[in-house]
Design a protein around this ligand. Structure first.
Ligand code: ADP
Ligand code: MG
Length: 247
């Protein structure tokens, strides 16, 4: 039996008001199956980040529903929403978003420390070993390369064993080797640790690491591709470009 870790139904998000109104999501219904790695692709401005933020409880929908497991986010007050974000969701951002004054170890356990949860030292040790930062625990982010910083961010996202990890262009600021390491970690999180990962990417190679690719265009679902390969994703993107050019 499959379970949905996160989902949105009839999701509409309007940013701004008046002349600057933008309908970033225009009725998206989409579920992310538990234990799977899903990539989201689409042109710049197609609503990928908005979809992630609304699905993760970082932003609210204008209409429609967003759920983590069976919990509807729109029904939660601010306090419960904050707790849900800390305890049930992990995030990885393009710009790493680590706290510069905290050490690697402190950054990794920060969400749990904020939640008043006691991090499991054995699990944290295992995790820092997996991400290859065991000898960097007392360094500060400024003393690390971009790839190392993003691996800290991945460890932070996984530390509380969240139900779903959302990653918005996690390899966008990395060289290809560091990018591959981060993708490898996200893949292991799904296929070895049983996590659920949803990742926005522009990179067909990164998308091919996922179990499925979801395509967005103009705030709408434009298709899904199970078992993607780099070649099929490239073909699909080229076809979208041709359709766009023909309009
Ligand atoms: P993507 O991540 O696919 O590039 P976004 O979700 O960031 O797309 O943006 C979708 C649309 O919504 C774009 O037209 C963008 O300019 C607009 N948008 C996103 N965030 C905001 C915001 N906070 N205020 C106003 N418009 C926004
Ligand atoms: Mg974006």
């Amino acid at each position: 039996m499959t379970r949905t870790a996160a989902r949105v139904t009839a999701a509409v998000k309007v940013h701004g008001s008046g002349d600057t109104r933008v309908r970033a999501l225009d009725g998206v219904t989409l579920g992310f199956e538990a234990g799977r790695f899903t990539a989201i692709m689409g042109p710049s401005g197609s609503g990928k980040s908005t979809l992630m933020h609304c699905a993760a409880g970082l932003d609210t929908l204008t209409s429609g529903k967003a759920l983590i497991g069976d919990t509807e986010l729109g029904a939660l007050g601010d306090r419960k929403l904050t707790l849900l974000r800390r305890e049930r969701v992990g995030f990885v951002f393009q710009a790493f978003n680590l706290l510069p004054t905290l050490t690697v170890a402190e950054n990794i356990t920060l969400p749990q420390d904020l939640a008043g949860a006691r991090p499991d030292p054995e699990w944290i040790a295992t995790l820092t070993g997996i991400v290859g930062l065991g000898d960097r625990l007392h360094h500060r982010p400024g003393e690390l390369s971009g790839g190392q910083q993003q691996r800290v961010a991945v460890a932070r996202a996984l530390a509380g064993r969240p139900e779903v990890v959302f990653a918005d262009e996690p390899t966008g600021n990395l060289d290809s080797r560091s990018g591959r390491q981060v993708l490898g970690l996200l893949g292991r999180a799904v296929h070895e640790m049983g996590r659920t990962v949803v990742m926005v990417t522009h990179d067909p190679v990164a998308a091919a690491c996922a179990d499925e690719v979801v395509f967005l265009a103009d705030g709408r679902l434009a298709g899904r591709m199970p078992q993607p390969t780099t070649e099929r994703v490239l073909d699909r993107l080229a076809a979208c470009d041709r359709a766009e050019a023909a309009r």
